[in-house]
Design a protein around this ligand. Structure first.
Ligand code: AQP
Length: 332
């Protein structure tokens, strides 16, 4: 069976972007068609500074968010990355396969490092190589991600192809990014040209999965928009990124399409659309946040689930790493 791998970094609280762009779609992939492996990628989080206590709490929060959204540890492998040391080991091999020039083209590094790349960690620069290891350690064939991760999945293919070519093997598969649905790029609520991020400066930019109903309503009410009402067709949203974003979020939350949302709300003003969106969001997210809080009350249980998941993950990963070492010529 084809194998799905994907992950989320515990670099802050879970956002609506992570939920719609990733977790919600992962839940739909659980089933007989795929073997599913989902990971809280803590080693990726520390590519920028993380307070140790926050990292532990964040790891549990992301895991709780996945569980509360419907990732089922009996049907999927769910664990945190650092408990399976094979990730770091395969990443080292891939650091020796990937080229510096490839890393230089990664737009996420440029965005995150900003104008002072000299001061960024070496880990942040090598991030895509660890991500390739995450995926290929499970011979992952399908990677459901948001639009922002497309370039990294393409680099994963480049690394797999170069490894196979250099060692004259057909060992690592060519991974497919799966970027589908109306919310593959949820935008910042204050600036429709930037994506919604866990670590963005202002909390008003994002909906956190643990936000309460009043906070969600307030954030949508204050979300930046232009004054025009919703148009008759989707075409009318072309140069209106903030408006488009709210329509896309509505479509994703209601399992609909942006076309259908426009058909229903064409001519509506924001005074009508925003409260409807807020109600919908609260309706869909409140059961998840309630369950997250319940799970977070018992951190030992979350830790147990992650430990069990790590054992299952290692059962897949260890033979693949061992075979990689053998191919490379590392004596065991
Ligand atoms: N705004 C988004 N819209 C759609 N999908 C998104 N994802 C993240 N933001 C959006 C998807 O969520 C998964 C996990 O992402 P990640 O945590 O590994 O890293 P990220 O993309 O860097 O997420 P953030 O929230 O922006 O974190 P920070 O601020 O710490 O960098 C991925 O599948 C991603 O596509």
């Amino acid at each position: 069976t084809p194998r799905v791998f994907s992950g989320i970094k515990p670099s802050g609280g879970l956002t609506l972007g992570n939920y719609l762009g990733a977790i919600k779609r992962w839940c739909d992939m659980q089933g007989p068609a795929f073997e599913t492996v989902f990971c809280v990628v803590d080693l990726h989080a520390i590519t920028v500074w993380q307070d140790p206590a926050d990292l532990r709490a964040g790891t549990r929060e992301i895991a709780a968010g996945m569980l509360a959204s419907g990732i089922d540890p009996t049907r999927s492998v769910l664990f945190n990355q650092s408990q399976v040391h094979e990730h770091a080991e395969l990443a080292w091999i891939f650091n020796c396969v990937a080229r510096v020039g490839w890393m230089n083209r990664m737009t996420q590094f440029k965005d995150k490092a900003g104008s002072n790349a000299e001061k960024a960690s070496l880990g942040l620069y090598a991030y895509p190589s660890l991500m390739a290891a995450d995926i290929l350690l499970y011979h992952g064939t399908h990677v459901p991600v948001g639009e922002d991760q497309k370039q990294h999945v393409e680099l994963t293919r480049d690394i797999a192809a170069k490894f196979n070519h250099d060692y004259k093997v057909d060992f690592f598969p060519m991974t497919e990014p799966v970027i589908e649905g109306p919310a593959t790029r949820v935008m910042n609520l204050r600036d429709g040209t930037k994506k919604m991020s866990k670590s963005g400066e202002s909390d008003m930019e994002r909906i956190n999965m643990l936000d309460d109903a009043d906070t969600i309503a307030k954030k949508f009410k204050k979300a930046r928009t232009d004054p025009a009402p919703l148009p008759e067709t989707l075409d009318g949203l072309k140069d209106r990124p903030e408006a488009r974003n709210l329509v896309d979020i509505f479509a994703a939350l209601s399992d609909s399409t942006p076309d259908k949302v426009i058909a229903e709300y064409s001519g509506a003003g924001w005074g009508q659309f925003k409260p409807a969106l807020a109600d919908l969001a609260v309706d869909k997210l409140a059961p998840i946040s309630t369950e997250m809080r319940r799970l977070l009350d018992d951190p030992a249980e979350i830790d147990r689930i992650l430990r069990d998941g790590a054992e299952k993950a290692r059962a897949i990963a260890a033979p693949i790493l061992a075979k990689t070492y053998e191919i490379v010529g590392l004596l065991r």
